[in-house]
Design a protein around this ligand. Structure first.
Ligand code: AMP
Length: 280
């Protein structure tokens, strides 16, 4: 496994792979890897001759009051995990090459970010799309794998790829969970033991919404009320609970054939997000 820290070296390697007809897969991450990330690597491995995992904690997607500085980092452990999982290259770009002095370009969607996390995290998705396009330009992948755990992010990237005619296939990978249902996340490391126990309420709330929808409840006010109750009874705080159209993310009044439930909640000071497909 090779570690590459400059864009020019990454591009040169990708071009040589492309000349040999090798399919290149990219898994973008912010590091502090867990089994969720590694399942994305497995998905890329199945489909690609060369697998690149990027690690970059992207300052542009963090708000001024968010956890950029505190965000967990452990490069040595990440490299060990990726090597064991059959990664070809770990691309670790440097801050001053990603955002050199005078950097002024932004990539921004106009509709999809106006929902869910986008309303709570001003500028977050602008940071995500800008950095992901830069990672695509550095790695030149044929395939890029993203997790359904960050469902709005997945849709935003799919939209960007379509809108800009990027020759990249975006592959969605299912959410990997702890035994109690908590979606794996680097941010789970912030949780105290008591908070960790409490955190399972997020998935319990989503599951309850799914049970109710499967049982024939169509009024999304009832679903949202039930989710809020489960989260608050556990001692966590709701940031949002929503039932949305899975393509546009617009809130639904009534559950349709296709609907998604999404939650963001603060467990102590840690903000956790999760989502689930309702019905079926
Ligand atoms: P992050 O390092 O949090 O930016 O995540 C990098 C990628 O891993 C994103 O595509 C996430 O959606 C994905 N991911 C994070 N957690 C999980 C999980 N529990 N299951 C599946 N994919 C995940």
């Amino acid at each position: 496994m090779k570690v590459i820290r400059t864009v020019s070296e990454m591009q040169a390697l990708s071009r040589s792979w492309a000349r040999q007809g090798t399919v290149i897969g990219l898994v973008p991450t912010m590091g502090f890897l867990h089994e969720g990330h590694l399942s994305l690597v497995d998905t890329a491995r199945e489909r690609c001759g060369a697998v690149v995992v990027s690690i970059f904690v992207n300052p542009m997607q963090f708000g001024p009051k968010e956890d950029f500085n505190a965000y967990p980092r452990n490069e040595k452990q990440d490299l060990e995990l990726l090597e064991a999982r059959g990664t070809d290259v770990v691309f670790i770009p440097q801050l001053d090459e990603m955002y050199p002095k005078g950097f002024e370009t932004r990539v921004e969607l106009t509709r999809l970010p106006n929902h869910l996390c986008g309303l709570r995290r001003e500028g977050h998705f602008r940071g995500v799309t800008t950095v992901v396009l830069k990672l695509f330009a550095a790695v030149l992948p044929n395939i890029a794998v993203f997790g359904e755990k960050d469902y709005q992010q997945l849709l935003v990237i799919q939209r960007m790829v379509r809108d800009l005619n990027l020759p990249i296939e975006v592959v969605a990978a299912p959410t990997v969970r702890e035994p109690d249902g908590l979606a794996m996340s680097s941010r789970n490391s912030y949780l105290s033991p008591e908070e960790r126990t409490m955190a399972s309420c997020v998935f319990q709330a989503l599951q309850r919404a799914r049970q109710m929808a499967n049982g024939g409840v169509v009024d999304t006010i009832m679903l949202r009320r039930a989710m809020t109750e489960i989260i608050e009874q556990a001692g966590a705080q709701v940031d949002y609970v929503a039932v949305v159209d899975p393509d546009t993310l617009e809130e639904l009044l009534l559950v349709k054939e296709r609907a998604h439930a999404a939650v963001a909640a603060f467990v102590g000071r840690t903000r956790l997000i999760d989502n689930i497909r309702l019905k079926g």
